[in-house]
Design a protein around this ligand. Structure first.
Ligand SMILES: Cc1cc2nc3c(=O)[nH]c(=O)nc-3n(C[C@H](O)[C@H](O)[C@H](O)COP(=O)(O)OP(=O)(O)OC[C@H]3O[C@@H](n4cnc5c(N)ncnc54)[C@H](O)[C@@H]3O)c2cc1C
Length: 390
């Protein structure tokens, strides 16, 4: 595919994966990012109950691509394919979950019902008296997101990419992007194509071109007279808590009522209210009581978690488009600027990177990307209901 010059804007999971995919195809890659890493994430890799079906299909492809890259990239270790378990607390929910399992089978997605006894064997420290059964997704797991970003950027650099962390893109030049670094030095990087993989930053970058990019606006970090709290609750805001080391063993991604828990890279665990369910006001001081509430929920399932405390709390803005689904499309008619923004980005990053690199370098758009063009936001275009957080 030749040596096109490509600038990737961002250093989160989407950008890191794009950088690797372009570099692996022989492009001359420059990565420019305001910060050296991306947003914190629960990192559950899954293709579980994602609607509409075309978006569920992207998730399956994302899972396939993680498996493929883990085999192919030397030293790749970010994806912990532990399987995930959805806990069922009430007999009344059993039939609904069994129906979901049959639907997964129909799309060739591995899922099976588990008895309480089977769960006790898989998770010896879980208090199974609180559940009636569960559901098992063998191909799922969790990603160490900072490791994934580091490893993919390093793999891109090993293939010749240049990485400029701490450079913020402020606008576009006819032949590239204009950046400013921490010493306020201005640089122009030249390229044939620019891939905007800057998460919520894409909205502001598109605005410099006079484009209204359909991303939900994250709530301002701090309320002030100039920037009042937007309350009550924002679907973009999610909380992630990491505990200090614990003797509680959590072996899988566990999803229970109001809480999701997974192992962490150390000897602690990570929990969140739900990877796609939280909706909080980051300007409300009560937000700081939520980690204790989540810890209490986690302890009800894993009583041994009483031996630990919440060590870090991340308040993160989800990247949510106006309809909750992925955008992967050209921003301009001359096909120089391409934008990729998505929720579920940890799951989708490797697939999107392969598909976008093929489209930008080879001119061929993958048919499964057809529903994820920007044109769906133009007046008169039918909207699709999604299962992403709202
Ligand atoms: C609480 C929470 C839980 C989640 N759980 C899951 C999950 O379980 N599974 C899953 O698949 N997904 C999950 N997600 C979603 C997933 O984390 C995101 O989709 C993904 O992190 C988005 O990555 P990104 O690279 O697009 O953006 P980000 O990670 O936000 O990175 C944006 C990058 O762009 C840079 N940037 C921004 N503006 C500029 C600029 N002007 N110039 C240069 N650089 C710029 C930033 O510095 C940063 O490096 C979760 C998200 C949250 C918040």
């Amino acid at each position: 595919m030749g040596s096109a010059r490509v600038i990737i804007v961002g250093a989160g999971v989407i950008a890191a994966a794009q950088a690797y995919a372009f570099a692996a195809r022989g492009a001359e890659v420059t990565i420019v990012s305001a910060s050296p890493s991306g947003t914190p994430s629960f990192g559950w890799v899954n293709a579980n109950t994602k609607l509409p079906a075309c978006w569920g299909d992207l998730h399956l492809r994302g899972l396939d691509a993680h498996e493929d890259w883990m085999r192919r990239i030397p030293g790749a270790s970010w994806f912990h394919q532990t399987g995930s378990i959805e806990l069922i607390a009430d007999d009344a929910d059993l039939a609904g979950v069994a129906l979901k399992v049959r639907r997964h089978h129909a799309r060739d997605y591995q899922a099976e019902m588990l008895t309480r006894q089977q769960i006790a064997e898989l998770e010896p420290d879980l208090d199974v008296s609180r559940i009636v059964g569960g559901c098992w997704f063998a191909r799922e797991g969790w990603t160490d997101v900072p490791a994934m970003c580091d490893q993919l950027i390093q793999a891109a650099v090993a293939l010749g990419a240049r990485f400029h962390p701490h450079e913020t893109v402020t606008g576009f030049d006819k032949t590239g992007v204009v950046t400013i670094n921490e010493s306020h030095e201005r640089t122009i990087h030249h390229a044939d194509h620019v891939v905007l993989a800057a998460g919520n930053g894409v909205r502001a970058l598109a605005a410099t071109l006079g484009r209204d990019y359909p991303l939900l606006e994250p709530v301002a970090p701090l309320a002030s007279p100039a920037s009042p709290a937007r309350g009550p609750h924002s679907p973009t805001v999610g909380l992630l808590c990491t505990t200090a080391p614990t003797l509680a063993r959590v072996a899988h991604v566990i999803r229970g009522e109001g809480i999701s828990i997974r192992p962490d890279r150390g000897r602690g665990v990570v929990f969140t209210d739900h990877p796609t369910g939280g909706s909080w006001d980051r300007n409300d001081p009560h937000i700081w009581s939520l980690p204790q509430l989540f810890h209490a929920r986690a302890q009800r399932l894993f009583p041994k978690l009483r031996d630990t405390c919440v060590e870090t709390v991340g308040i993160a803005n989800r990247v949510l488009t106006d309809d909750g689904l992925t955008i992967a499309d050209w921003l301009d008619a001359s096909r120089r600027l391409y934008a990729v923004t998505t929720h579920s980005g940890v799951t989708l990053a490797p697939y999107l990177a392969n598909a976008v690199a093929d489209e930008v370098l080879g001119g061929v758009r993958a048919p499964e990307l057809a529903p994820f063009a920007l044109s769906r936001f133009t007046a008169g275009h039918a909207r699709t209901e999604s299962s992403a957080a709202h």
